[in-house]
Design a protein around this ligand. Sequence first.
Ligand code: SIN
Ligand code: MN
Length: 205
Amino acid sequence: MELGPGAFHLPHYLSIERQAALLAQCRALADGDVPAYVPVVRGGGKMHVRMLCLGRHWNGKTYRYEPTRSDFDDLPAPPLPEEFRRLAGEIAASAGMSLDADLCILNYYDADGKMGLHQDKDEGPESIEAGLPVVSISIGDTARFLFGGVRRREPIESLLLESGDAFVFGGPARLRYHGVSRIIPGSAPPELGIDGRFNLTFRKY
Ligand code: SIN
Ligand code: MN
């Protein structure tokens, strides 16, 4: 399903078995030696997610990537698992694009989780100018996802991202504004046994 040039929603991309396997990995990572945390951003506000960056750390104070979490605990970002990298490449290819991801931002949203409208523009200029896609995967509760234009004032459409859905935005869509206005509690597939939502976004720095 194309939402304009370079933007694709791939509903039910992952089978329930693949969702369960990915969920187990997300949980182990989020509660691992380098745990997910609630970032405090530039203006001093707390984000409404728990975040863990893999491969490279996104610093919420500087909006730059770095090897260690200098805005939080100075721990090194855990490596991006090889199977995560492969999965992101496979999804990009399904949307007719290619991605050799070197980082992933894993976010956990509880029932009150949300994310304001923003652009993903902190990756390297070569990556952004080439329009290398951001690949997103959602597991757990359904999210209301907002997708605007490349300028903040452009109209914003809203769609539901359900468990197992993938979303890809690259090429002319790479800098489109997006966010999550709400999580729908209790909407995850019961077999997964999850409250809340994990979202993984893969990028190449
Ligand atoms: C993000 O833009 O970083 C997350 C998007 C999502 O949770 O679907
Ligand atoms: Mn984003």
